[in-house]
Design a protein around this ligand. Sequence first.
Ligand SMILES: Cc1ncc(COP(=O)(O)O)c(C=O)c1O
Length: 345
Amino acid sequence: MGAGYVYARWANPTVDALEAAIADLEGAEVAEAFASGMAAISAIFLAHCSAGDRVVAARQLYGNTHSLLLKRLPRYGIEASTFDLLDYEGMADALGGARLLYCETIGNPRVQVADLPRLAEIAATAGVPLVVDNTFASPYLCRPLEHGASLVVHSVTKLIGGHHDLLGGIVCGDAALIEPIRAVGRDLGATLAPFNAWLSLRGLATLGVRAERSCATAGAVAEALQAHPRVERVHYPGLESDPSRALADALLGGRGGTIMGVDLAGSRAGAKEFQDRLRLIERAASVGGTHSLIVHAASVTHTQLSPAQLLDAGISEGFCRLSIGLEDPDDLIADLSHALEAGNA
Ligand SMILES: Cc1ncc(COP(=O)(O)O)c(C=O)c1O
């Protein structure tokens, strides 16, 4: 047993190796790993906020982060106000007296890219840290600390793990901000298991090639879907016409990422039937792995939102989130075309 390794909930050499690798990739002083992305996100708020504090967040959030901020934390006296990702004035006004500004690099599920330098400037003016969930980008596409963020958090479950076979989370930043987060993780027992750290390191070794391939395939799939008459709109930052394209060029190295949102013409039932007809793409809620996965946001990932909040977040009845894996692009396009065309019958 190495010096200092007295108990696995406190520290473990395999977990330390993962923390060092991801801190290095994000350009952070240190990192602290957690049992899941939500464990890492929860630890940030519990470590840096107390009863009576308020946080400001962009509205485009993963469903459980949304319910953590708007339902769970208020029970402990921590309030959150949320704003559209583009409402810079609203966020700046609300930040007076707040503890943190929070956003996702690529907002879940409509894949809007956050203007990180602008948000960092707003946070700095208010004297609060900007916390960025970089899950959908991974450190391969974006390193938020370079754009002014103070803390970066990941669901390691997704692109970093990459194989749909682990749960993990990690927070990266300066030691002074990470230390209280580490202490909360130990108290709550939200520590990453060594075997999951080992699986994450295995995933990290191929992150670059997987991300390149999935981004290229996602671009081809997005183009094909956009041209299909049954598709109302494709949300993908790599598309020339997408409102996030300029930010993707500036912050994601010109790549559009591995995830897209698809607005299908028609109802929730129509979206379900379309998904039922897919043969290669599987219905599951994760993203960023070897397999392409599709999910109906309103009934799976964002069930925590009321109908009004769904509308607010731009999630229609026919909205599906599609995560692109490592399959052959032609096979994916054929699968989607078949499922869309059969629906016209
Ligand atoms: C953007 C984002 N952040 C955080 C999480 C939570 O991660 P985990 O499932 O590892 O707790 C998810 C999960 O889907 C996510 O998509």
